[in-house]
Design a protein around this ligand. Sequence first.
Ligand SMILES: [Zn+2]
Length: 275
Amino acid sequence: MFRYLIYPTFFTGASTVFFLLISLDINSLISSLTSILALGSVVYFLEKLLPYDPNWNRNIGDLSADILHNLVNFLLIYLSFTSLKFFRSIIPLPSVWPENLPYFLQVLLAGLYVDFGMYWVHRLSHSFPFLWKLHSVHHSSERLYWLNGEKRHPIHAILEGSPGILLVLLLGASSEIVLGWLTILSLHLMFQHGNMDYKAGILKKFFSVAELHRWHHRKKYRETQVNYGAVFSFWDRMFGSLQKEEGFVTGAAVGLEREKSFPKDYLGQLTEPFR
Ligand SMILES: [Zn+2]
């Protein structure tokens, strides 16, 4: 029962903390960072308490680079928010965005657009060689744990988020709405990659949880062409890329199928796609 309660309890709990802080008029950046750090601490503890694969809790020389990826990508999110806020204030746009809806509903609506864009950029990144090189940084992990969610080449992170974010901004959404969704996304990515043996049950129909996403990280390139969804799994069902069979076994290899090993250091990982 505990395994089934983990995901709904802590994902909803951390999201509620974020929305609660926003409703109390706490600065958006502080609200975002607080909910992310709170959930990060819980997930870190749960990975020790209930690991999916105990071997994935061991540092295999990847920890420092993963921490740097997280710091850089969170900085990128917060810098984008600040610059979008600035541009939004100097460029007046006609708005068709339903700004009278409650904040959390606007965030959810923006999330549908952003997640749809991310699904397609992600899927195309498994077909076009240069996009795949950039995306390989994310797939280079040889274990899955909570820090993998934000382990991305910053250029690829920008490419994945941009189509949906630009669209919702053009429709008239505020940068606070975009930051709200990017916060929910970051919270979810911890569960999607987390090394916790939790079960999502029926929620798998809607959310791209670890049980689905582990398939996507298998070592054989051919076998990674499934379960592209970032937060929602229904895109995969709609567009025929869902792998929902039970059967990813503990101990199965994840990572990249290549002869030369992938650099372990942060700068090496940033420059590898251009070699
Ligand atoms: Zn991928």
